[in-house]
Structures are given as structure tokens and as C-alpha cells.
Design a protein around this ligand. Structure first.
Ligand SMILES: CC(C)(COP(=O)(O)OP(=O)(O)OC[C@H]1O[C@@H](n2cnc3c(N)ncnc32)[C@H](O)[C@@H]1OP(=O)(O)O)[C@@H](O)C(=O)NCCC(=O)NCCS
Length: 156
């Protein structure tokens, strides 16, 4: 099976939302308080994602050659990774690695970025550590109760 990578356009917002919400329900929400779910899922609605794409936020996509979307990495302000999901049955095949490389190099090329930030889910912390990110401080709890690990990466 071959994987193709490209940048999203507004027409991709519906499938991105479906993937993001499905993976979030499976891997992120079980570790979070119930109050955190509605606002988190709302930010993954097609309407919100379309708006973000139209505002210039960069959604890097991974597609299977059968036409299924299998991964997304979204970068805001060429420095903050804010949505990073791979479909469950394709975990462990290097798709997140490729998406991160593409999103990172795109931001470096566009803006000369040297520092990247993100708020990690518990399950993704080991993957980000493997990419070279380090914790920026203690766990952070948002107003809705969402618990995340802020992390950053400084390029040499
Ligand atoms: C986190 C996630 C995107 C990773 O996707 P993936 O495609 O399975 O990741 P990859 O196969 O590309 O693995 C990335 C690298 O991390 C390494 N890795 C994976 N799990 C690891 C672990 N537990 N400990 C150390 N390294 C690990 C892999 O070996 C791989 O190394 P490489 O880049 O040298 O090959 C995926 O598990 C996911 O969608 N999780 C649920 C949603 C989520 O939590 N997203 C993050 C939101 S902040």
C-alpha cells in the first residue's frame, strides 16, 4: 500500500474532521474529563477546520492509494503543531514521522522557524520525545479540564 502526502484545501475539511474526531474519541478522550470533550470535538468540526484552512493554517495530509485519508498534521503560525492524528489501523508505519518532517520543513522554508511548540496528549508524549521535543513545564489543565503536556523543540 502506498501513501501520498499533500497539503489540504478547504474541500478536505469534512474528511479531516471525520478522521480527527474518530482518533480523538479512541485515544485522547478516555484520559480526559467529560467536560473536555465537547469543546475539543467542536474544534474538529468541518466548519472550524475549513475556516482554519482558509485562514492559512497548514494541514498536511497522508492518503492511502485507495483514496482514504489516513493522517493529518496541522501547523499554526508556522510554529505550533495542533492536530496530529493517524488512523488507528495504520499506527506504527511511519506516517506520523513523514507528516512531522513535511510540516516542520514547510514551516522552516516559509518562516525560518527554529522553535516548535505543541500540547501533547498522554499517548503521544513518547513519540514527540522521540522527535526531539522536550517538556516545557508541568502538565497544563485548560478551562474545560483538558489535560495536556506542553512541549517544545529547538532546531540546532
Ligand atoms: C501519535 C500518533 C500520531 C503517531 O502516529 P504513527 O504513524 O503511529 O507514528 P510513527 O509510526 O510515524 O512513529 C513515529 C516515531 O515514534 C516512535 N515511537 C512510536 N511510539 C513510541 C513509543 N511509545 N516510545 C518511543 N518511540 C515511539 C516510532 O518508532 C517512530 O520512530 P521513527 O520516526 O524513528 O521511525 C498516533 O499514535 C495517533 O494518532 N495517536 C492518537 C492521537 C494522538 O494522541 N495524537 C497526538 C495529539 S497531541
Amino acid at each position: 500500500m502506498r501513501i501520498h502526502y499533500r497539503l489540504a484545501g478547504p474541500q478536505d475539511a469534512i474528511v479531516i474532521g471525520v478522521l480527527a474526531r474518530r482518533v480523538t474519541r479512541r485515544w485522547i478522550l478516555p484520559d480526559q474529563p467529560a467536560s473536555a470533550a465537547p469543546p475539543l470535538l467542536l474544534g474538529m468540526s468541518a466548519r472550524v477546520i475549513r475556516k482554519k484552512i482558509l485562514a492559512g493554517q497548514r494541514f498536511h495530509l497522508a492518503w492511502c492509494d485507495d483514496g482514504r485519508l489516513v493522517g493529518v498534521a496541522a501547523m499554526r503560525e508556522d510554529s505550533h503543531l495542533f492536530q496530529f492524528f493517524v488512523t488507528t489501523r495504520m499506527h506504527g508505519h511511519g506516517i506520523a514521522h513523514r507528516l512531522w518532517q513535511r510540516a516542520m520543513l514547510d514551516a522552516v522554508r516559509r518562516a525560518g522557524t527554529r522553535r516548535f511548540t505543541l500540547n501533547a496528549s498522554a499517548m503521544a508524549v513518547p513519540v514527540y520525545l522521540h522527535f526531539g521535543f522536550v517538556p516545557s513545564g508541568p502538565l497544563k489543565v485548560s478551562g474545560t479540564g483538558l489535560v495536556v503536556q506542553p512541549m517544545h523543540l529547538d532546531l540546532p
